[in-house]
Design a protein around this ligand. Structure first.
Ligand code: IMP
Length: 195
């Protein structure tokens, strides 16, 4: 079975193929499927946005399409930046600018609990869908630490490991991350759906 990935990220394509090839699923890029869809993420939940992206690519390609949506939710900020994680602080900021802004917006003297969330959705041409969520709890560090990863990784602290996501190897991060957990749950649900 062939699925199209509703993302232009080569790393995500490789990761999806590594996991879903076990189920006899081949994931191809939008270019391979002959489509080029850019979807505006107008939803207010990770579920809505991943569904919007997957449905648009499924409709354009006529093939089952997979999308993911993820972000960082901080308790003391009422769940922000949440679905707006990639756009936090506006267009002008890069990853470092965004996590610096987050650190400066953290209310003083309050708990710093946070979680990363990832939702993966596959939409099928018959209108059905399979969706799975993964979460990774942690806290917001007081200063960035570590060189690895991307995005908010240097400020996302794991109290049990006493390290930020940016201080873990990719394998260590994948084993506990929101995306790793969502992919695992998604694989199980998809297996059931295809049975
Ligand atoms: P999207 O899922 O591609 O819409 O982007 C989600 C945004 O959330 C990214 O641009 C990052 O800023 C942030 N994000 C999601 N997952 C991670 C992660 O594993 N580490 C650091 N930042 C992340």
């Amino acid at each position: 079975m062939r699925f199209v990935l509703a993302s232009k990220n080569e790393k995500k394509l490789k990761e999806m193929n590594e996991i879903l090839s076990r189920l006899g699923v081949e994931v191809c890029s939008q270019a391979d499927a002959g489509v080029d869809v850019d979807v505006e993420e107008t939803g207010t939940t990770f579920e809505e946005n991943s569904m919007l992206k997957a449905r648009a690519v499924m409709e354009a390609s006529g093939l089952p399409a997979i999308a993911d949506d993820s972000g960082l939710c901080v308790d003391a900020l009422g769940g922000a930046p949440g679905v707006y994680s990639a756009r936090y602080g506006g267009e002008g900021l890069d990853d470092v600018g965004r996590y610096r802004l987050l650190l400066s917006n953290m209310p003083k003297g309050q708990a710093r609990a946070a979680k990363f969330v990832s939702v993966i959705t596959c939409c099928f041409p018959d209108g059905t869908a399979v969706s799975a969520r993964g979460e990774c709890p942690g806290t917001i560090a007081f200063a960035p630490m570590g060189e690895g990863g991307f995005g908010y990784d240097p400020v996302f602290f794991l109290p049990k490991l006493k390290k930020t996501f940016a201080q873990l190897t990719p394998e260590e991060k994948n084993a506990i991350s929101h995306r790793g957990k969502a992919l695992e749950a998604f694989q199980e649900k998809l297996e059931e759906y295809l049975r």
